[in-house]
Ligand binder design. Structure first.
Ligand SMILES: NC(=O)c1ccc[n+]([C@@H]2O[C@H](COP(=O)([O-])OP(=O)(O)OC[C@H]3O[C@@H](n4cnc5c(N)ncnc54)[C@H](OP(=O)(O)O)[C@@H]3O)[C@@H](O)[C@H]2O)c1
Length: 261
């Protein structure tokens, strides 16, 4: 009987929230996973904890704003595991404020972290990760419902995520004949450390409590609650599967009905 070679997946921003749930799910599906984030101690601890659960996971520090860091991350994956089958561009940051007061530094960092990173990681995987030679591949970008509609006090974030959706659609069409699919997953409100920071930011901006912001946000979601990181990871796991071969150039919401577009 032929042994199926495990597929190789890269997950950025995988020490917390959606990225962590995704790394776990892809590893549970049988992928060999290399995860990355900036904080070395978290990368080591996360990879160790997943390995303790019997999963085939390694970690390497990665700053998705830095091309040299990206190139070395992809090279490490190829050296340890071989050709890359799945890339999940998940690392991201929140960021906004009253637009007239936004600094160049904040604007540039949000665009670098959320959008330029997706292009640079993808380019590295396509040029040096051997994905194109496989005749099959999966690129999954974690955008946001803020990549489809404007978010008040979130202009840089919304702009970066709209950019990710546009990049996804263009690249999906470009790569369709190669067997590589490219899709965006658009979470709405997902309970993670980032979501907590976002609530803190709005509480400060509107001079109210975080609890009041939580109640206001939950009231906007038809489901009445935040989604979980595992619910977002579930769609990513499906997009990584063979059954999802004809699904490309799409931006799919996981948002409890928040966005129906
Ligand atoms: N939570 C939500 O409600 C929500 C909604 C829509 C979309 N999203 C998107 O989902 C993705 C994950 O969000 P989350 O809520 O799971 O966030 P999170 O809990 O804050 O986790 C973010 C992860 O990204 C890493 N990271 C941040 N900047 C990085 C950089 N420059 N290079 C490499 N890694 C970096 C963080 O580790 P280090 O800090 O150590 O680098 C961490 O592992 C983001 O793209 C976010 O925009 C989230």
């Amino acid at each position: 009987m032929t042994q199926h070679t495990p597929r190789v997946a890269l997950v950025t921003g995988a020490t917390s929230g959606i990225g962590l749930a995704t790394a776990r799910l892809l590893a549970e599906q049988g992928h060999r996973v290399l995860l990355g984030a900036r904080t070395e101690s978290d990368v080591i601890a996360t990879a160790k904890s997943l390995r303790n659960d019997g999963l085939d996971v390694e970690g390497q520090t990665l700053d998705v704003r830095d091309t040299a860091s990206i190139v070395s991350f992809v090279a490490a994956a190829v050296e340890r595991f071989g050709a890359i089958d799945v890339l999940v561009n998940n690392a991201g940051r929140s960021g906004g404020g009253v637009t007239a007061e936004i600094s160049d530094e904040l604007w540039d960092d949000v665009i670098d972290t959320n959008l330029n990173s997706v292009f640079r990681m993808t380019r590295a995987v396509l040029s040096t990760g051997h994905m194109q030679e496989q005749g099959r591949g999966r690129i999954i970008n974690v955008a946001s419902t803020a990549g489809k509609q404007g978010v008040v006090l979130g202009a840089p974030y919304s702009a970066s995520k709209h950019g990710v959706v546009g990049f996804t659609k263009a690249l999906g069409n470009e790569l369709a004949p190669t067997g590589i699919t490219v899709n965006a997953v658009c979470p709405g409100y997902v309970e993670t450390p980032m979501a907590q920071r976002v609530r803190q930011g709005y509480a400060a901006a509107y001079e109210t409590t975080e609890e009041a912001i939580l109640t206001k946000f939950q009231a906007k979601i038809p489901l009445g609650r935040y989604s979980t990181p595992e619910e977002v990871a579930g769609l990513i796991g499906y997009l990584a599967s063979d059954t999802a071969a004809s699904l490309t150039s799409q931006a799919l919401n996981v948002c409890g009905g928040l966005g129906n577009f």
